[in-house]
Design a protein around this ligand. Sequence first.
Ligand code: FAD
Length: 247
Amino acid sequence: MTTDEYDVIVLCAGPVGENVADRVVQAGLIAAIVESELVGGECSYWACMPSKALLRPGAARRALVGVRGAGLPGELDVPAVFARRDAFAAEWSDAGQVAWLEGAGIALVRGHGRVSGEREVMVTDAAGASRRLVARSAVVIATGSEAVIPGIDGLAGARPWTSREATSAQEIPQSLAIIGGAWWRWRWRPPSPTSAPRSPCSPAARCCRASSPSPASGWPLPCASAASTCAWEPRSRGSAAMRTAST
Ligand SMILES: Cc1cc2nc3c(=O)[nH]c(=O)nc-3n(C[C@H](O)[C@H](O)[C@H](O)COP(=O)(O)OP(=O)(O)OC[C@H]3O[C@@H](n4cnc5c(N)ncnc54)[C@H](O)[C@@H]3O)c2cc1C
């Protein structure tokens, strides 16, 4: 097993880790950054960047609709919206960010890291090989977060989307049942003829009821009770616009 020594070891290469490592190097220290997936973390590939890329065409279209004299925009070009999102997510390649690390003088160690001792990190790569990293000054933990699937009976088996699946989707689902009310409180907009049918579910069922249009309209039905499965009434609609399931 090899052992390498750095001034600072940063776990891992999301936006926080990249910024920390950059500042460490700018201060004249030697930094290594450990990453098990893509350099850039959630933000670049499954969160900020692709979600905003997906939302923007619909928002631009809505803005145009509100401008008198601007004329009516056509339907969203769904494949083009996806292609634009793919470009913003760099086609899920971190080559550009790896090049940035190299330019900044930050060493990249690929693999899963764990703190194995005082100022010591053990990294296991995809082939199972281990590498011991020792920090002269500090180990920085910036491992971010990941989506948690709530413990609702049958939910895990239904292969629910998290923000990752929503932001990297390659086609529009026939319908969406959304669990989690906060997004709805803040992001609710009236349905448009180009939206995929959605049904919000929230432990705060009052929130769903207050913000959803009448079920008589055929639009999302509020949950009957906390943590219930969604009541769902499919509507026959044409093609749908981009809307991610969460932000
Ligand atoms: C849908 C969505 C939209 C968002 N939009 C915005 C936005 O518009 N603006 C905004 O400011 N924020 C937004 N956010 C929040 C933003 O994505 C996060 O705040 C940000 O990604 C956190 O950065 P981070 O570096 O802490 O963690 P992360 O980006 O999660 O990066 C952590 C990295 O650590 C790696 N890792 C974890 N454990 C290990 C380990 N043991 N060994 C090796 N590697 C490991 C992971 O692979 C990952 O690459 C959004 C989030 C979501 C879900």
